[in-house]
Design a protein around this ligand. Sequence first.
Ligand SMILES: [Zn+2]
Length: 204
Amino acid sequence: MSSNDSDGIRIDDPHNFPPQEDHYERLWTPQRMSYVLRDKSEEDRGNNNQNDSANTKSCPFCDALTKTDEDGLIVWRGKNVFIIMNLYPYNSGHVMVCPKEHVAMLTDLHDDVVILEFEKATQLAMTVMRNVSRPDGFNLGVNQGEAGGAGVATHLHQHIVPRWNGDSNFMPIVAQTRTMPILLENQRVAYAQEAARIANEFGL
Ligand SMILES: [Zn+2]
């Protein structure tokens, strides 16, 4: 419905605008993008210089690689890529697959061997989750650049989130709740043991 005032200007009735709510679930909203803990703020914000060695020092993913698996929350280490737990999971068991090289974009992965290992490690992570946690489905996602919602924009990481039927209602609660480290560590150990057991099935 529209109305006309005395000057003949048509004013659209805001009630006729398309509805704002579309009832789609949005899993990858930026406000939930608090990935791997630690000081991600300064080095990421406004700084999207991929391959900048200065960034590597303050990168949480590069930093994790220098630690023990337990301290770095690492599930599995391959030749060129690794799997790491997300400290602030969207859902229980949320992991990420990352290249060891500090590159920002998927398009920065030029080596076919690395690209293949990245995808195989994704398959490995999904299979580990299936065997350990029996999810009904998965969300895979790569947020590229800050505008794309990447919390750590300088180091490529693919999210793998296990999903269970009916879990969407508690997702916001989970996303805003810190997981207790001991539970996260229990999950990491279970995943790490399974990954070690089956990695060779993927040629890894
Ligand atoms: Zn890095």
